[in-house]
Design a protein around this ligand. Structure first.
Ligand code: F6P
Length: 558
């Protein structure tokens, strides 16, 4: 029997709203406009379509928009009451309506002296307390004062977690590598495939290893399985550690004290956060402990400061000058009117190489929904497919499709001007490629010019004519350029907060609850059932013939 997909027999009204209809009408008139013409008509386009925020620049001039488009997009944002919902979020109202929770990752980086209330309790003392605990612990580890059971300082930190308990701190550690402690190494284990943890542990010694078990719920199967394996390795390894030594080598980051205790970690060694912090928004909390140890608490605080500055920008700047709002509304323009299905994030900074993976979760787990906040079917596209990789590598791999494929793929190009590397010639090459790609995507390659180039290259006429259609392309591929002066803890904080708020704005326009993730539950439940079947060898549940056939294949080949 096919499942009933939508409980309320009603459709979300967004697409009949005045602002939406106006955009639709406008789209019919402007969708053929070429950006080359827009630039030719307006020599000021760059300055009118770019915004500076601290040491960060957003250039959105290479988009298929006019002043009217932008105005209509801002009208849509206003119609969606973005400002009202934004204020509700910052004020601790329970905007996560399906779970009855506040959404307050912004409180974790609230560097003002303003209180933030959840259920009449000011949560700022809790936040400050946890930050102080993180500082004390991270400094001990960094100074070699946190001594393991064999009398040796810690040299390796292993964060065991998955999803938001892995991607955020992992990405931050990679991004801030130049700020890292030079005698500490940090590792991240997420996959329950034993190869992941085994291939890492092989290089480590129990005496000098610290495990951080990070899990909001402390019920996540992959994380707990890896944590148990780590504990076994610690106790049964060559180092002769005992149960009493666990306290020196295992700490937990969670909201669930009971489960942490049940695992065998003393609550003294537990770093807390709260249910008003979503997993994919938790890197600012104690989930960031691995990064705080790796780069130092002062740098971690700088990260929070940078995010807080972006929070203020998001709260205070008019919609028309608001970076997250502009990025969000451009995304809606392409996703909902041009029907672009995906959007690429292309960092031109090696240290931002994990940003696309991090944003995949942040964006797609937040806005991958098809029912609106009132439970009605969303009859419009919502979250786009977010993907990407380091831009310079992508140029030699998948950019062909961006330039000449049949799809419209809006892109975010991200670069830092000042590299942490010491070879200036490398930075110049990187920057030139960054700049060249967005220009090429926008301009395309003109037929006459290309023909001329072939003639000048002495290519025989008939060969040149055959090659010509394969070489030319239309351009008009939109991109945003996000340029930061230097990738520092502060600028990273601002960059990440900008994306978080972009996701928020899009979720609100689509009238989604961006802060739950019910869609991931069914797979977890079915996996538990199937695990019983794999372990017992019995057929305990009904399956379709494909799943049953695959299950049998696993059994016979294991
Ligand atoms: O299954 C999805 C998810 O709940 C994510 O939202 C979350 O970041 C991840 O799993 C890990 O959850 P936890 O931190 O509770 O282990």
């Amino acid at each position: 029997m096919r499942p009933e997909r939508v409980i309320l027999n009603a459709k979300s009204p967004l697409i009949n709203s005045p602002a939406w209809m106006a955009l639709l009408d406008h789209f019919e008139r402007v969708n053929q406009i070429h950006m080359v013409d827009l630039f030719e008509q307006d020599s000021d386009r760059f300055s009118r379509y770019s915004i500076q925020f601290n040491e960060m620049l957003l250039d959105y001039s290479k988009n298929r928009v006019t002043d009217v488009t932008m105005q209509l997009l801002f009208d849509l944002a206003k119609q969606a009451n973005i400002e009202k919902f934004r204020d509700k979020m910052f004020a601790g109202e329970k905007i996560n309506n399906t779970e009855g929770r506040a959404v307050l990752h912004t409180a974790l980086r609230n560097r003002s002296d303003k209180p933030v209330f959840v259920d009449d309790e000011n949560v700022m003392p809790l936040v400050e307390n946890e930050l102080a605990k993180m500082r004390e612990f991270s400094e001990k580890v960094r100074k070699g004062e946190w001594i393991g059971y064999a009398g040796l300082p810690i040299t390796n930190i292993v964060n065991i977690g998955i999803g938001g308990s892995d991607l955020g701190p992992n990405m931050v550690c990679r991004a801030l590598e130049p700020y890292s402690h030079k005698s500490l190494r940090v590792h991240f284990v997420s996959n329950v495939d034993a190869s992941h943890i085994e291939q890492m542990l092989i290089h480590l010694r129990p005496e000098t290893t610290l495990f951080i078990i990070a899990s909001k719920t402390f019920t996540t199967q992959e994380t707990l399985t890896n944590a148990e394996t780590a504990k076994k390795w610690f106790l049964e390894g060559a180092g002769r550690a005992t149960e009493d030594d666990i306290a020196k080598h295992f700490v937990a980051v969670s909201t669930n004290e009971e489960k942490v205790k049940a695992f065998g970690i003393d609550p003294k060694n537990m770093f807390r956060f709260w249910d008003w912090v979503g997993g994919r928004y938790s890197l600012w909390s104690a989930v960031g402990l691995s990064s705080a140890i790796y780069v130092g608490m002062d740098n971690f605080i700088e990260l929070l400061e940078g995010a807080h500055e972006m929070d203020k920008h998001f709260q205070e700047a008019p919609l028309e000058e608001n970076m997250p709002v502009i990025l969000a509304m451009l995304g809606i323009w392409y996703g909902n009117f041009f029907n672009a299905e995906s959007s690429a994030v292309l960092p031109y900074d090696h240290n931002l190489r994990m940003l696309p993976a991090y944003l995949e979760q942040a964006d797609m787990e937040s806005n991958g929904k098809s029912v609106d906040r009132e439970g009605r079917q969303a009859t419009y596209s919502t979250g786009k497919i977010i993907w990407g990789a380091e831009g310079i590598n992508g140029q030699h791999a998948f950019y062909q499709l961006l330039h000449q494929g049949t799809r419209l793929i809006p892109t975010d190009f991200i670069a830092s001007v000042q590299s942490h590397g010491n070879h200036h010639n490398h930075s110049q090459i990187l920057a030139s490629n960054f700049l060249a790609q967005t220009e090429a995507l926008m301009k395309g390659r003109d037929m006459e010019e290309t023909r001329q180039q072939l003639v000048e290259a002495n290519i025989e006429l008939h060969k040149a004519e055959n090659r010509l259609p394969h070489m030319i392309f239309g351009g008009n591929q939109p991109s945003n350029s996000i340029v930061i002066k230097k990738l520092t803890p502060r600028s990273l904080g601002s960059l990440l907060a900008m994306y978080e708020h972009k996701i928020f704005v899009q979720g609100m326009v689509w009238n989604l609850n961006s802060y739950d993730q019910w869609g991931v539950e069914l797979g977890k439940k079915l996996a538990h059932n199937i695990l019983d079947e794999l372990e017992s060898g019995d057929d305990l549940f009904d399956h379709d013939s494909s799943t049953k056939g695959l299950l049998d294949w696993f059994r016979t080949n294991s």
